[in-house]
Design a protein around this ligand. Structure first.
Ligand code: ZN
Ligand code: ZN
Length: 217
């Protein structure tokens, strides 16, 4: 019952000829493969590609990727599923505020200080709201550190300004080793000695974190 005529059969496609250089073999340009005299940074992207062309400097990586790698190893040792910094009630060193944002590896002394960057005692599992607060309230954050660390504060502060530079291999070994886990747990117990309200972890005030976002940008 079809009224329209059958469409004409398409002619089979002729395959395109492969692109080949017409130059004689001796004169063709070779694809340049860079051969480095020293091994390169072993940093891998999340998809497993090695993209860094810098020479190895520390733990088989360039300096910035070595730092990144150690940060990544340290993170699961610090970050728990709740905010351990109780900034939610009146026991806080400043005006209390609710938790907001994702949980992060919050540093006691700033992350920029390499000497104490990967020290386990220098890490807190805290929400991004308190992280931002600490950044803009440095003095009060230190008051908190004194409170949490007690008599350790002075020696740790000393270490952060005049301690020896970190030996990356040892930091790597300690972050990989199991004994560190128990140290972390002991520290966590000390930190959690204060009253802790797990309900407070819920983000109750989204406008608060939104205003923080604006402030930071
Ligand atoms: Zn690198
Ligand atoms: Zn929090």
């Amino acid at each position: 019952m079809r009224a329209d005529p059958k469409p004409p059969v398409r002619a089979p496609r002729t395959p395109k000829p492969l692109k080949r250089s017409v130059k004689p073999i001796g004169k063709r340009k070779k694809k340049r493969v860079t051969v480095y005299k020293t091994p390169r940074c072993v940093y891998e992207t999340p998809t497993g590609r090695r993209t860094c062309k810098k020479p190895q400097q520390e733990i088989e990586r360039c300096l910035s990727h070595a730092k990144l790698y150690l940060d990544q190893l340290r993170r699961p040792l610090i970050v728990k599923d709740y905010c351990e910094i109780n900034h939610r009630d009146d026991s806080w060193v400043g005006t209390p505020f609710p938790c907001g944002g994702a949980l992060q590896d919050n540093h006691g002394f700033p992350r920029g200080i390499v000497r104490t960057r990967w020290a386990i005692w220098n890490g807190f599992s805290g929400c991004s709201a308190v992280n931002r607060w600490a950044f803009s309230n440095k003095h009060m954050w230190n008051v908190y550190l004194v409170r949490v660390w007690g008599s350790e504060y002075a020696s740790r502060a000393n270490l952060s300004v005049s301690g020896s530079k970190p030996v990356y291999e040892s930091v790597l070994a300690s972050l990989r080793g199991d004994p560190i886990q128990s140290i972390r747990d002991n520290l966590a117990d000390a930190v959690e000695g204060r009253s802790f309200n797990p309900q407070g972890v819920k983000i109750t005030n989204t406008t608060f974190s939104a205003s923080l976002m604006r402030k930071s940008s």
